[in-house]
Write a protein that binds this ligand. Structure first.
Ligand SMILES: C[C@@]1(CC(=O)O)c2cc3[nH]c(cc4nc(cc5[nH]c(cc(n2)[C@H]1CCC(=O)O)[C@@](C)(CC(=O)O)[C@@H]5CCC(=O)O)C(CC(=O)O)=C4CCC(=O)O)c(CCC(=O)O)c3CC(=O)O
Ligand SMILES: NC(=O)C1=CN([C@@H]2O[C@H](COP(=O)(O)OP(=O)(O)OC[C@H]3O[C@@H](n4cnc5c(N)ncnc54)[C@H](O)[C@@H]3O)[C@@H](O)[C@H]2O)C=CC1
Length: 208
């Protein structure tokens, strides 16, 4: 769960795998440089719109310098290994698409619902299974969680803003987790809490 907004991430290779990793990075707000003598049509279009920086050439030693994350996604194992060795030596986390174990991190399947993120990994044993489980979550976890987490976000923010005592804060946050809001959302009876209701809930529960 890294915040990559505005961080320089380097993808070596411009095929299908590089495309998938790049789209994930761009969605997360990273500054992406793709180094490859060829690009997929999707990557090519993004380069044309300056959504990413394209270096139209093969990988050269030194390309990973200054990166926050590196993705070795060429179809050539040896090149990917050289990229991984360089990134490792520079202390930069590196993902290797051709044989995951050669890198220092792997990309999980990701399921998102509003503020909820679930990452699914099979530790490299079955990427297709990771994708299937992600899809399963998509079918079973409904929009009620998005609304519920928006509610929790607001409440936590208010509790932290209004309450300075660590003990009371902790008790309130714990109590927050026991509210049956999710059930109310599911039943369609939940009404958004306005500032007054929030303030009175905090006042009432801080005394208990
Ligand atoms: C180790 C890892 C390293 C990494 O890339 O980070 C890795 C490695 C390899 N993948 C291979 C094959 C496929 N990978 C996919 C799909 C995904 N692969 C992803 C992750 C990972 N793949 C990491 C482990 C994650 C984990 O399990 O924890 C996902 C989840 C996330 C993402 O890529 O963003 C994304 C699904 C996204 C989604 O749809 O939700 C498909 C299906 C497809 O393309 O549609 C196929 C073909 C079918 C098949 O083989 O199952 C091969 C064999 C290459 C060969 O020999 O031909 C290797 C090489 C090796 O085995 O190491
Ligand atoms: N991790 C994953 O999820 C998956 C991994 N793979 C594996 O990942 C690798 C890449 O797969 P694809 O993207 O489908 O391959 P691809 O053949 O479509 O793309 C390879 C890309 O690397 C570029 N390239 C080749 N040599 C280069 C160099 N020296 N420097 C920079 N770029 C270079 C090529 O121009 C091309 O754009 C393969 O080894 C494949 O077996 C395959 C499917 C899924």
């Amino acid at each position: 769960m890294l915040d990559v907004r505005g961080r320089k991430c380097v993808v070596i290779g411009g095929g299908k795998v590089a495309e998938r990793k790049t789209l994930g990075l761009l969605e997360a707000g990273a500054d992406v440089a793709v180094i490859s003598p060829a690009l997929t049509p999707v990557l090519s279009e993004l380069a044309g719109r300056s959504s990413l920086l394209w270096l139209n050439r093969h990988y050269a030693p030194g390309d990973t310098r200054g990166a926050f994350l590196v993705y070795a996604a060429t179809g050539d194992r040896e090149v990917n290994e050289a990229v991984a060795r360089e990134a490792d030596a520079l202390g930069i986390p590196v993902n290797v698409g051709s044989h995951g174990e050669a890198g220092s991190f792997i990309t999980p399947g990701v399921f998102r619902r509003g503020r909820l993120t679930v990452a699914v990994s099979t530790s490299g044993s079955g990427p297709g299974v990771a994708a299937r489980i992600t899809k399963l979550l998509d079918d079973t976890i409904g929009g009620e969680y998005e609304q519920y987490l928006d509610f929790l976000y607001e409440m936590r923010r208010e509790i932290k803003r209004r309450e300075t005592s660590p003990e009371i804060r902790k008790a309130l946050l714990k109590k927050l987790g026991t509210l049956e809001v999710l059930d109310e959302i599911r039943a369609g009876t939940f009404m958004e809490w306005g500032p007054e209701r929030i303030a009175s809930w905090i006042a009432q529960n801080r005394e208990e």
